[in-house]
Write a protein of this length. Structure first.
Length: 481
């Protein structure tokens, strides 16, 4: 058996890890051919970053799409799922296996990604046309995103599922977003059983809406995320208090707008839930709150369908409030003209909109329009890759920033709240893993999904906690287990 790390290797996006298992009996492919090398792709994520810079990395998969038998999807975030329609386009016809909530979220998120690509490519090709350079095609279109959904098979948490004679799969709740899972594989090869656990992204011990990450069976090999391998977060209660303080300061005292760039799926619902809670407690000032993102609106519908999968706090709230993602002063906006109208209004308000790293979407327009207003606040609530606009506006000495080709003076207050992170910090991750694993029983640990500085530090923390055989694979690196 071997694993090849094809993405999110010493970086945070593009998660793709290819496991190849030898099967004596083999499996029959959709074309009726028996094959003995079974190829299982853990996640099929898109590289995300600045504009078209990641386009080439996304096109070079590092494998033949038609050779893949299974894609096991840890969760629906695009950096883990975004290339599924692309490999479909390239000939992949195997099964994509994930939880039901992940499937439902993918159905809206992959189409949204196809739509964004179409816009980006149109803009890029116009520029190339002017420069007499070759044009490009999007990675996939909306039809391909739709067709790829037919390959999905869903299984619930904690229900073992046999892929073939040699491989059994179990998905356990990783607490990172609705439907997210740790992928547990039990592989029998040459008379030996090898147990692999792939964390996907790991959530926090205490989330506002999600259950904490659940124990997973003992593994021999661990592929572990490391986004916050060098950081500790504030606790969640503090972030609720702080959010309340920021709303009062910006919208009541300064009468400005509070802009919250947020991932449409997961983070947005968490923030809305906390605002809903503050509203129920009578602590939210009487100002309008807008969720300005069509994808967020659709994703919130899916969260409402799966409220039984959310944590006890949500269940308690629902005993007296049947919609934990809605309150009187909250408006969900899909119409582009209503979105534009927000820019012309002087009324203090909260605008929650995508994307979380400020790389695209309606929030970029809101930020461009308000970043030079000292009464406004831009509140960063999630991880931003170093080169993203979200990260650039946070640089302490930066005074100007370019958005849509125009320079803007930064006068708005830029604030960060870490308590809303969807990723556990290193202490939470180590406590969680040590809590369900015999650490000395894990033979090798592969760190993925982290910036190098974070991974180096995480490796030291893991070593101190008794983990051994810790490796940080390079992109393309292959290990034989
Ligand atoms: Zn994620």
């Amino acid at each position: 058996m071997k694993i090849q790390f094809l993405g999110a290797a010493r970086e945070v996006t593009g998660s793709k890890h290819l496991i190849t298992v030898h099967s004596d009996k083999g499996v029959i492919t959709p074309k009726g051919v028996r094959k003995h090398d079974i190829r299982i792709l853990l996640d099929c994520g898109m590289y995300q970053g600045k504009g078209m810079e990641t386009d080439l990395a996304n096109r070079e998969l590092g494998f033949e799409a038609r050779d893949i038998d299974y894609v096991i999807l840890s969760h629906a975030h695009i950096d883990h799922s975004g290339l599924i329609p692309y490999i479909y386009r390239k000939g992949f016809r195997g099964n994509v296996i994930c939880t039901p909530a992940t499937r439902d979220l993918c159905a809206i998120m992959l189409q949204d990604t196809a739509y964004i690509q179409a816009q980006d490519v149109r803009w890029y090709n116009k520029k190339m046309d002017r420069l007499h350079q070759p044009k490009i095609e999007p990675l996939y279109d909306i039809n391909q995103a739709e067709q790829a959904m037919h390959l999905f098979i869903t299984i619930d948490y904690d229900r073992p599922y046999r892929l073939c004679d040699e491989v059994e799969l179990l998905l356990t709740n990783s607490g990172h977003m609705l439907g997210s899972a740790v992928v547990n594989l039990r592989i029998d090869e040459n008379g030996e059983t090898k147990r692999i656990a792939y964390t996907g992204d790991l959530g926090r011990k205490q989330s506002h809406i999600l259950c904490s990450p659940q124990p997973f069976p003992q593994c021999d090999y661990l592929i572990c995320e490391s986004t916050y391998g060098n950081r500790l977060h504030d606790d969640n209660l503090v972030s609720e208090e702080e959010l309340c303080g920021i709303v009062e300061d910006t919208c009541v005292y300064k009468k400005g707008k509070l802009l919250i760039p947020s991932f449409s799926v997961g983070r947005t619902q968490e923030i809305v839930y906390v605002l809903n809670k503050l509203y129920n407690d009578g602590r939210l000032p009487k100002i309008k709150v807008y969720v300005d993102s069509p994808l967020s609106v659709n994703a919130t519908h899916i969260f409402r369908m799966y409220t039984e999968a959310l944590n006890e706090d949500v269940q308690d709230t629902m005993r007296f409030d049947d919609d934990p993602f809605g309150f009187n002063t909250l408006r969900y906006i899909t119409d582009i003209n209503q979105s534009k109208a927000l820019n012309n209004s002087d009324e203090p308000c909260i605008i929650i909109s995508a994307s979380g790293m400020l790389e695209a979407g309606r929030i970029k327009h809101h930020v461009a329009n308000h970043i030079s207003d000292p009464n406004c606040t831009i509140l960063i609530v999630g991880y931003c890759t170093p080169q993203s606009l979200g990260a650039r506006i946070q640089e302490p000495k930066r005074q100007w920033v370019s958005i849509f080709g125009y320079d803007h003076k930064i006068k708005a207050q830029i604030t960060k709240l870490e308590g809303f992170s969807g990723h556990g910090d290193y202490r939470e991750m180590i406590d969680y893993i040590s809590g369900c694993q015999q650490v000395e029983g894990i033979r090798r640990v592969f760190l993925v999904h982290g910036e190098e500085s974070s991974q180096d530090e995480y490796k030291d923390h893991l070593y101190e906690a008794g983990f051994r055989g810790i490796e940080i694979p390079q992109k393309g690196e292959e290990v034989v287990l």
